[in-house]
Write a protein that binds this ligand. Structure first.
Ligand code: PLP
Ligand code: COI
Length: 375
């Protein structure tokens, strides 16, 4: 095996084993009753599926994404996998599927890690072992409705550092032409259909040299998500001492860019959208906790696109990139370009480093976010 870990990128690299577990059930009093088989490892990466399986016919499919890190101390850490298990359970509920119980989810991920340990990238390369847990409906069905049989599969792949070289910014274009999900649809679930529905917009943005920033599908006034990541905006609320008549000084508060040497930052606000259609990101949840601990005000609310003008920093966040800072956002409908920063800003850089320090075991894991796994 000859892998250049730091050159991997976010692409699939085949490992030795995947892990599988099947469920066979039946509906009883509105509840899907049945049993999951014990997860087992197999070298065969192909599955035999009936052509009428509900995942193929009616989109009964959900997935997850989480990482294992080789720490600075040589230990292996799985980051917040229970949250991924719980989110898969909510996705399953959203599409009327059976969900792997949390214990079984953890057992399958740990087995996938142990059986593919030679694919866990060494510390210092920036690469990690990514797990893609997948849940599909396997019941053959032509009548429209949910199936009773499911397969849970954990697919590992080493992935490279998101940032080849330096932590850097990307540019976004606001989209009001394509909705990735309806306001009360499946956007809050991690299901394949949301991604297929977003491709028209994301591919058009990529062709133009940008990433795609979705607006809310009801009014298109508010920021929803950044491609396949949550949005974070940082606002600095300043207080400034200035001379007034009579020689006394007073404190002026204003929300604006830092001006002049006499400005003093009073508070920092971490803003993230409240929306019924976005995926609750585990990375965003972790960053919000860290931001509060650093004394920031964390606000989750509707964010008008025009508010980008008042932000000093912004980023996309998710498992793959952790934080991906944004330098500018184009609004093609209004002919506006919002310039944020040329380089990643200090607040998001600090949050990025703090979270990575926890994931790589460089600081104490005070929240119990990492499970140390014996190899
Ligand atoms: N939003 C979407 C649509 C995603 O696909 C992801 C990635 O999983 C995220 C947000 C970020 O979520 P997480 O931080 O749990 O990876
Ligand atoms: C992430 O893990 O951050 C993602 O964006 C998920 C995507 C690769 C589906």
């Amino acid at each position: 095996m000859n892998i250049n870990w730091s050159k991997l990128g976010f692409h699939y690299t085949e490992t030795d084993y995947i892990v599988r577990s099947a469920f066979h059930g039946k509906w009883e009093d509105g509840r899907l009753a049945g049993e999951w088989e014990k997860p087992y490892a197999t070298k065969d990466k192909n599955i035999s599926l009936h052509v009428s399986a509900t995942c193929l016919q009616y989109g009964q499919e959900a997935f997850e994404g989480l990482k294992a890190f080789r720490g600075a101390d040589g230990k292996i850490r799985l980051f917040r996998w229970e949250e991924n298990a719980r989110r898969m359970q909510r996705s399953a509920e959203g599409l009327k599927m059976a969900a792997p119980p949390t214990e079984l989810f953890g057992e399958a991920v740990r087995l996938a890690l142990k059986k593919n340990i030679r694919f866990l990238p060494p510390y210092g390369t920036g690469a990690t072992l990514y797990f893609r847990p997948l849940l599909i409906g396997t019941t053959p069905r032509l009548g429209v409705g949910p199936g009773t049989d499911f397969e849970f599969i954990v697919i590992p792949s080493p992935i490279g550092p998101y940032y080849e070289g330096k932590f850097h910014c990307t540019s976004f274009v606001l989209n009001r032409k394509v909705d990735r999900s309806a306001p009360l649809g499946t956007g809050q679930f991690k299901v394949g259909g949301n991604y297929a529905a977003s491709f028209r917009a994301t591919e058009a943005a990529h062709l133009a040299g940008f990433d795609c920033m979705f607006t809310d599908s009801k009014t298109h006034k508010y920021i929803d998500e950044c491609s396949a990541a949550n949005f974070i905006g940082i606002k600095r609320v300043e207080s400034r001492r200035s001379k007034v008549e009579g020689g006394e000084s007073r404190v002026e508060s204003q929300k604006s860019k830092v001006e002049g040497r006499r400005s003093k930052v009073e508070s920092i606000e971490y803003l993230t959208p409240r929306s019924s259609a976005i995926l609750p990101s585990i990375t965003n949840d972790s960053l919000m906790t860290l931001a509060r601990e650093k004394g920031m005000k964390v606000t989750r609310r509707h964010i008008r696109t025009e508010e980008l003008a008042d932000m000093q920093e912004a980023a996309a966040c998710g498992t793959a990139c952790v934080i991906s800072p944004i330098d500018k956002v184009i609004d093609p409908d209004k002919g506006i370009t919002y310039h944020l920063t040329d380089e990643p800003g200090p607040i998001l850089t600090d949050l990025y480093n703090t979270l990575q320090d926890i994931q790589y075991g460089r600081v104490e894991d005070r929240h119990g976010w990492c499970e140390v796994v014996e190899s």
